[in-house]
Design a protein around this ligand. Structure first.
Ligand SMILES: [Zn+2]
Length: 466
């Protein structure tokens, strides 16, 4: 299996460091707002990567953080007159609402920066002790020039980086390429006690800390959006490797940019879309299908036309599965003819094509093409007089391969477990407490769609299966 590694700018053969166990970390959202469709592309991509690694027989431990303290969080919380913690709670809830809708499986751990302040302080102490960090009036900075591999991920040398760097007003660093590990408290900001006085962590340090805490000093795959290569991931490497003396991540994977009508997405251009906006118009599966229709490293252009195309293409696959569901009920068990055997051989070839495409750096575009090949063969060859085996095998192939991409969920015979229902009820109660009635109603409707009916009684919420 080949994965493109940003560190070497090459596709490399992938195998986890430890037996069969893949340790994977992706940088999650800063929870100050709804997440946008560029973020969605990143989260969908790594969900697909995780699914496929599992499909290939690996155990995967997957960690994705929430950045719940930074300038944007503080500003919005102040604007709304709420605490940073309240703001974080709210948008973590909104993240899960949208991510769940997109079929993104929750990570094994979703750690939050503010819940790891002690560990962050410990790592900064190590860096200070080893001479990789220094304190100035309550700020602590990383001494970038001391880390000899700095720039190895973004393939830049220190001199190039120096020419592009500057010291922002209020920063007290000694060198423009140094970066903050700890920021002294400013008036009106939340702060924690530290050996350097009250303050809060810089952004980069949290990912070093949380990745190493939950996955160990060397992880297999580190992922994120294209804008994280520099400085964020470069700085994570500098922090972690200076502290441990070991490689931090063996493979760095970065998703390509998402443009809107061939322009960069930005609030000032008025072409900025959150997932919440798009899901008012399209089924979440269409958005997911759209994202996976291109290779994850290629730039992707988002437009209404292309979304309509994705919707129509996905419908063709759905229609084929509906047809299989129907034929499965009417078709008979019969002996296979030579042509039937040939059909099943072709099905096998197409399944292998899917795997070959995915083994080649998760080429979902080609993998989806092989799903269409399966459907084309099926439409040409299979009908109500075909042996039932042809229909059953084709449907199973489509659903299995589709599930790797997180598609066709509505065709899966999946009933919710009791504890999943109870969890949804708790989330709905929480939403109602926060007067987020739209979310509360959505949870109730989603459950209803799965045959679970909620009843509000004076004694609390009761539920039953239809
Ligand atoms: Zn990160």
């Amino acid at each position: 299996m080949l994965i493109y590694n940003t560190l070497t700018r090459k596709k490399e053969e992938f195998a986890p460091l430890e037996d069969n166990h893949v340790k994977m970390y992706t940088c999650g959202p800063t929870v100050y707002d709804f997440f946008h469709i560029g973020n969605a592309r990143v989260f969908i991509t790594f969900d697909m990567v995780r699914n496929y690694l599992k499909f290939r027989g690996y155990d995967v431990t997957f960690v994705q953080n929430f950045t719940d303290i930074d300038d944007k969080m503080i500003k919005r919380a102040n604007d709304e007159g709420i605490t940073v913690k309240e703001l974080g709670e709210r948008f973590i809830g909104e993240y899960f609402h949208d991510a769940d809708a997109l079929g993104i499986t929750r990570a094994d751990v979703h750690p939050r920066a503010t819940e790891h302040i002690d560990e962050i302080i410990d790592l900064i102490k190590i860096l200070v002790k080893k001479g990789y960090a220094y304190e100035v009036n309550g700020d602590v900075y990383y001494k970038t020039s001391k880390f000899k591999d700095y720039g190895k991920l973004s393939h830049q040398n220190i001199d190039e980086l120096k020419s592009g760097a500057r010291i922002e007003p209020g920063e007290q660093k000694k060198d423009p390429i140094d970066f903050a590990l700890w920021k002294a408290q400013k008036p009106g900001e939340p702060a924690w006690d530290s050996p350097w006085g009250k303050g809060r962590p810089g952004w980069h340090i949290e990912c070093s800390v949380m990745a190493m805490k939950y996955l160990g000093e060397t992880i297999d795959i580190h992922g994120g959006g294209p804008d994280l290569i520099f400085p964020h991931h470069e700085n994570e490497i500098a922090q972690s490797e200076a502290a441990t003396g070991k490689p931090f991540a063996r493979f760095f994977m970065h998703v390509g940019y998402l443009n809107i009508n061939n322009q960069k997405m930005s609030k000032s251009l008025g072409n900025f879309f959150t997932v919440r906006d798009i899901l008012k118009i399209y089924d979440p599966e269409v958005l997911r299908f759209f994202m996976l229709s291109s290779h994850y490293r290629n730039p992707i252009n988002f437009s209404q036309d292309l979304m309509e195309q994705a919707k129509n293409s996905l419908e063709r696959l759905h229609n084929a599965i509906y047809s299989m569901e129907h034929l499965e009920r009417v078709a008979q068990d019969k002996d296979l003819t030579e042509d039937d055997e040939k059909y099943l051989d072709k099905l096998e070839i197409n399944k292998n094509e899917f795997i070959k495409a995915m083994d080649d750096d998760f080429n979902t575009a080609d993998a989806i093409a092989s799903l269409f090949n399966i459907v084309r063969e099926y439409n040409m060859f299979v009908g109500e007089n075909s042996p039932k085996k042809l229909i059953v095998d084709t449907k199973e192939a489509l659903l299995t391969l589709g599930s790797v991409l997180g598609l066709f969920g509505k065709f899966m015979e999946k009933t919710l477990l009791d504890e999943e229902i109870e969890q949804k009820i708790i989330e709905r109660e929480q939403a109602r407490k926060e007067k987020n009635y739209a979310l509360a109603d959505k949870i109730r409707d989603d459950l209803k769609a799965q045959g679970i009916i909620l009843e509000d009684t004076p004694a609390g919420v009761r539920w039953k299966r239809l």
